[in-house]
Design a protein around this ligand. Structure first.
Ligand code: UDP
Ligand code: MG
Length: 309
């Protein structure tokens, strides 16, 4: 009998955990001949009754376990904590809100048996999502894939089933700044994606504001691409070439027709332009420096306050 570990990061999910288990238990029964399920809920410092609900369900079902963080560490930390605990032959990560359809696990497991190492899921549409959000998501994936060597496919969810070997490989990446979409893709292996229609949450609300997502995408760039740094280098180089030409022009003009005080407007423009470029370049370098700073501190990625036996 194979063991399937299911990792569910939860932040303020008091209303969704029970419906989630109800639906997933149905799938568990359907697959009972082949696999045993093992649930690991990670309470990511929820401000509602999530922890109480988790204590209850872990008493009710012997294959339901939980970890509870001392504060909100973010979904990435929750995923990592779950992956480190999971001891299944196959491992999956799922959202608590039923946006990841549990019944897909059956087909996903079928693909694993066919010989795939990773079976991901991909939304074929973004129905029910604000148009502006979809637009920026598209732009992000376009840009990201044009500047990063790690392919990040549009619409791919964190919801995926992977073998023990893949899970162990993911755990070998010890970085503190974790961008799972990139990490999952970076480890490689034989991957296939199953498509599905987007679903809305069963209850509660998304904890990702537009601003959160924006910052998350900047993290994606900084963690999986050096392009912004190169941009600073190229902008610096270009402005150097232009100012060199400018200096030549000024010297030659002074020697031929003589200097003039006309042109202060262009001078101010140039100063502002160069100043802006320098600040931009400094900002980009600062962004990477901040990441290095955090990495070198080697702080724990999460702190567990309580867990089920
Ligand atoms: N989540 C988490 N910590 C956070 C934010 C979210 O563990 O700081 C969990 C959340 O409970 C859910 C999953 O991550 O199970 C995805 O979050 P959400 O549904 O809010 O994101 P969306 O589906 O809108 O992208
Ligand atoms: Mg969701």
């Amino acid at each position: 009998m194979k063991k399937l570990s299911i990792i569910i990061p939860c932040y303020n999910e008091e209303e969704t955990i029970r419906p989630f288990l109800e639906v997933t238990k149905v799938v568990e029964n359907q697959m009972a001949e082949e696999v045993v399920f093992d649930y690991i809920f990670v309470n990511d410092g929820s401000k509602d009754a999530t922890l109480e609900v988790l204590r209850e369900v872990s008493r009710e079902f012997e294959n339901v376990h939980y970890l509870s963080f001392s504060r909100n560490f973010g979904k990435e930390a929750g995923l990592l904590a779950g992956l480190e605990r999971a001891d299944g032959d196959v491992v999956t990560v799922m959202d608590a809100d039923l946006q990841d359809p549990p019944e897909m696990l059956i087909d996903m497991y079928g693909k694993i048996k066919e010989g795939y190492d990773v079976v991901g899921t991909k939304r074929v549409n973004r129905q029910g999502e604000p148009a502006i959000r979809s637009f920026f998501a598209k732009v992000f994936y376009k840009l990201m894939n044009s500047v990063s060597d790690t392919e990040i496919v549009d619409g791919v969810r964190d919801f995926r089933l992977m073998t023990r070997q893949v899970t162990d490989s993911i755990l070998k990446l010890k970085e503190v700044n974790r961008f799972s979409k990139g990490i999952f893709s970076w480890v490689g292996y034989k991957v296939t994606y199953l498509p599905y229609e987007n679903r809305e949450r069963v209850a509660g609300q998304t904890s990702w504001s537009f601003w959160n997502l924006f910052r998350y995408s900047i993290d994606g760039f900084v963690n999986f691409s050096e392009a912004p740094l190169n941009l600073a280098t190229w902008a610096g180089f270009a402005s150097f070439v232009f100012s060199f030409l400018g200096i030549l022009f000024i010297i030659i003009r002074k020697l031929t027709i003589g200097g003039s005080i006309a042109g202060w407007a262009s001078l101010v423009t140039i100063i502002l332009f160069i100043g802006g470029l320098q600040l931009l370049a400094l900002g980009i370098i600062g962004k990477y420096l901040a990441k290095i700073f955090l990495e070198t501190k080697k702080r724990p990625i999460y702190i567990i306050e309580e867990e089920s036996e």
